[in-house]
Write a protein that binds this ligand. Structure first.
Ligand code: URA
Length: 239
């Protein structure tokens, strides 16, 4: 793809505006394939051009994929309302225009939220037909019961007419108020509503994986990390 050097650099480095890049060009701080580039409207081919800014290589990424460990109290939306949004937790070095959360967690749910600017991947991940598994760690008000496994496996009907796909329940034998649940779809408040059908109540919910990619255990609540390209595929590969 051919793109102006100032646009290219500012799209990859959120700390550099186009006017800042222009100044850096004038000062001879930008090189293109080893040659100083003084013209900020110079066009480069993103596929085979090495660009350095002040000695630092620009690593071209068409899209960015960010793993956020969402804390409670933060909403999965792009617009500012009364509560902070997941986008407000993206640090400047990862931030770029067009980011959005791919899928939603409730305000009081913690855990893995994918934030990206790749609409195609988000669509593949979220399309009802894709059945990408999402695993949740759940704490319940009352102990889980032996029949839960089958009830989830059979596919539950919630709110009278919403048929759920079979889900995989695993109760914790050492703590009967804890379990994990794998869903292959994402209906509104689904985990909470499913346990409600069983006469129980979710008191804590955390998403711990999407597809074959698990939430990084070293990522503190509220922290983000970039998902490396080799791991991005894991979001969609699970069979
Ligand atoms: N199910 C819920 O009930 N809430 C979430 O945030 C995610 C799944």
């Amino acid at each position: 793809m051919l793109i102006r050097i100032d646009k290219f650099i500012s799209s990859q480095r959120s700390d550099l505006s186009r006017s800042m890049v222009k100044e850096l060009c004038k000062k001879g701080k930008i090189t293109v394939n080893g040659e100083i580039c003084k013209k900020s409207d110079f066009k480069i081919d993103t596929d085979d051009t090495e660009v350095y800014v002040d000695g630092e290589k620009i690593l071209y990424r068409k899209y960015i994929y960010i793993m956020l460990n969402k804390p409670q109290g933060v909403v999965c939306s792009t617009r500012d309302g009364a509560s902070p949004t997941v986008l407000s937790l993206v640090p400047p070095h990862l931030f770029r225009k067009g980011l959005f959360p791919a899928g939603r967690l409730d305000k009081d749910t913690e855990g893995f939220v994918l934030i990206t600017d790749d609409g195609d991947l988000a669509h593949k991940m979220l399309a009802p037909k894709s059945h990408v598994p999402k695993k949740y760690a759940v704490a319940l008000e009352k102990p889980w019961e032996k029949d839960y496994f089958l009830r989830f496996k059979e596919g539950m009907v919630i709110d009278g007419n919403e048929k759920c796909l079979p889900a995989e329940f695993a109760g914790d034998e050492n703590n009967l108020n804890q379990c994990t649940l794998i869903l292959h779809e994402g209906k509104f408040h689904q985990v909470k509503r499913m346990f409600q059908i069983l006469g129980n109540k979710v008191v804590y919910l955390k998403r711990i994986s999407i597809g074959n990619l698990s939430l990084n255990e070293n990522l503190a609540l509220g922290e983000c990390m970039e998902i490396l390209h080799k791991d991005v595929e894991k979001l969609l590969t699970f069979k």
